[in-house]
Design a protein around this ligand. Structure first.
Ligand code: G4P
Length: 263
């Protein structure tokens, strides 16, 4: 089971239901979109997964051919199994890899990069049904699963992380509230990126007892004012600023951020 995670939110993008259903199968984790994540924290996550005994690799699937690096990792992870097969004369049997991940995490991009020019659809495999698709690449059969998002997230911060990164559609959440929370996080963890990105001489200080919404709102105002997003009466159009913030966060224009640390 190859679970593709978003390197910016490795925990929030990890589907606990898939973990449960596939317990007992070899697992590999791909920290995708690592080009958008904080490289130091990605290193910590790699060490974290490895210390838990799981295969893990950081990935930028948009870079052509990068995903092929996972072939070696899969073979390493399955070396004992492959050796057993060889000893029984089962040479040439393809390794079946189920590829899972939340919507928009980069499954299609990863598979295309993994398959490169040798990409071929294997139509006559058992188990081909609507929505699932087998793709043969070298000694691998990849099963492309449509994006699976677990039905409920108990933790509100998980929902917000999924919204920041674009796994959950914006229109089901209030963009301004989302912008406030993201600003407050970036203000606390990446203040330099905010001052540089929005050309602020210095970041407004957080008041004692001020909550994320209130502090984030002040940051949105400061950034929006600097960008000249004003509405009548000289007020800042904070909703417009929140949309811009989310766009710039998602595209990596504002910097490389990771929103979750390994415990
Ligand atoms: P999915 O199958 O899991 O739903 O995801 P998909 O591959 O469609 O990728 C979703 C978006 O994420 C795409 O952007 C894709 O280019 C981008 N993406 C995938 N992997 C990476 C990565 O490693 N790094 C970065 N920076 N982006 C990645 P899009 O805006 O929907 O399309 P496009 O603008 O790239 O055409």
């Amino acid at each position: 089971v190859l679970q593709i995670l978003d390197a910016r939110i490795p925990l929030s993008s990890l589907n606990p239901e898939i973990e449960r259903i596939t317990a007992g199968k070899p697992h590999l984790y791909v920290l995708n979109k690592s080009d958008l994540a904080d490289p130091e924290i990605t290193r910590q996550w790699l060490a974290y997964f490895k210390s838990a005994g799981a295969g893990c690799i950081a990935m930028d699937s948009k870079q052509r051919g990068r995903a092929t690096a996972t072939k070696g990792l899969i073979e390493k992870e399955l070396s004992a199994l492959m050796e057993r097969r060889r000893s029984r004369g089962m040479v040439g049997a393809a390794i079946r890899v189920m590829i899972v991940g939340i919507p928009n995490v980069g499954k299609s991009t990863f598979i295309n990069s993994f398959a490169g020019t040798t990409r071929a659809k294997a139509a006559n495999k058992p188990g081909v049904t609507r929505g699932k698709q087998w793709i043969s690449v070298d000694s691998f059969d990849l099963m492309d699963m449509p994006g699976v998002l677990w039905p409920k997230f108990d933790d509100q911060s998980v929902g917000m992380n999924l919204a920041y990164t674009g796994a959950v559609k914006d229109d089901i959440l209030d963009v301004e509230t989302l912008g406030c929370h993201l600003m407050a996080y970036l203000g606390a963890h990446y203040p330099d990126a905010l001052t540089a990105g929005y050309k602020l001489p210095q970041l407004p200080q957080r008041e004692p007892e001020e909550n994320d919404i209130a502090y984030g709102y002040r940051l949105l105002e400061a950034a929006g004012r600097k960008r000249g997003f004003l509405i009548s009466g000289g007020e800042v159009d904070t909703e417009r600023m929140a949309k811009i913030l989310l766009d710039e966060f998602r595209s990596g224009k504002l910097g490389h951020f990771t929103l979750e640390l390994p415990e």
